[in-house]
Design a protein around this ligand. Structure first.
Ligand code: NAD
Length: 261
């Protein structure tokens, strides 16, 4: 079991939404937390409100994630928990996406997690008791949603990375555990994420109102609930943290694919 009490944790995209919910839940359970976010002002404010340290990080840039890791090691001495959660979620039909749209989405959502795993895995492996990595995917890996094509491609990449890493670490007898966090619909600002896009090409990707076509029958969770579920998954070394029991049929479909493989 991974011990959360007394552990040092890094949470990317921790200034708001799910990342903030996870950071707060970790702090409640006695962890020392550093949040990182591309929105420095929001990160500073959130850190002050929840009692965390903060660093400005753009997860789409490897050097920025390396700086985050160096700062966290200098501050904490060791890092036991890493939550690769930063992500953006604007919408557009695949036929309308520009190449710049694809690149931005994959740079943040997929390369952001690749950078986190590449940078932090050796640091966790060096701990005598190992550590824990959480990577955030999405229900879009379980069931298709129109206009979420680029987002789903990025999240399928994170799901594949996480599942293969789990397998390899297990085969190697590693003390590092990995959880795939699969949130359903959580009340956050994810649908207004084009503000994080660097200036220049505006592309086809649009922010969306929160009343998405699939939302009327959706059970919305608060980030604090996702935070508690994630912390429980870390403590139990669960390979998955699936936040929406009402979506079990989609989950079962995906799991049966995994089991058949
Ligand atoms: P959010 O917008 O509230 O939080 C995302 C955070 O990531 C923001 O604070 C933002 O500033 C930060 N961020 C954006 N680009 C970044 C970058 N390049 N580098 C570092 N930080 C960056 O949204 P959220 O819903 O809390 O999203 C968190 C994660 O949960 C994302 O990976 C998202 O895809 C995933 N998710 C959310 C939902 C949902 O319903 N909200 C569902 C499934 C998955």
């Amino acid at each position: 079991m991974t011990r959360v009490h007394g552990a040092s944790a890094v949470v990317t995209g921790g200034a708001s939404g799910i990342g903030r919910g996870i950071a707060e839940a970790l702090i409640t359970e006695g962890a020392h937390v550093m949040i990182s976010d591309v929105d420095a002002a929001a990160a500073e404010q959130t850190a002050a409100e929840i009692g965390a340290l903060w660093v400005a990080t753009d997860v789409s840039r490897l050097e920025s994630v390396e700086e985050l890791a160096a700062t966290a090691v200098a501050e904490f001495g060791s890092i036991e928990i890493v939550v690769n959660n930063a992500g953006v979620g604007p919408f557009a039909p695949i036929a309308e996406l520009t190449m710049a749209d694809w690149r931005w989405m994959l740079d943040v959502n997929l390369y952001g997690v690749i950078h986190g795993v590449h940078t932090f895995l050796p640091i966790l492996e060096a701990n005598p008791h190992g550590g824990h990595i959480v990577n955030t995917t999405s229900m879009s890996t379980l069931t298709p949603f129109a206009r979420l094509g680029a987002y789903a491609v990025s999240k399928f990449g994170v799901a594949a990375l996480t599942e293969v890493l789990q397998l390899e670490l297990e085969e190697a007898g590693s003390r590092v555990h990995v959880t795939q966090l699969v949130p359903g619909s959580v009340r956050t600002n994810i649908a207004q994420s084009t503000r994080h896009r660097p200036d220049g090409d505006k592309g086809a990707l649009q922010d969306a109102a929160i009343d998405l076509s699939f939302s009327s029958s959706t059970h919305w969770l608060e980030p604090s609930e996702v935070g508690r579920i994630t912390v429980r998954a870390i403590e139990n070394d669960d390979p998955y943290a699936i936040t929406h029991p009402d979506r079990w049929s989609a989950v079962a479909k995906r799991f049966s694919r995994i089991e058949q493989a």
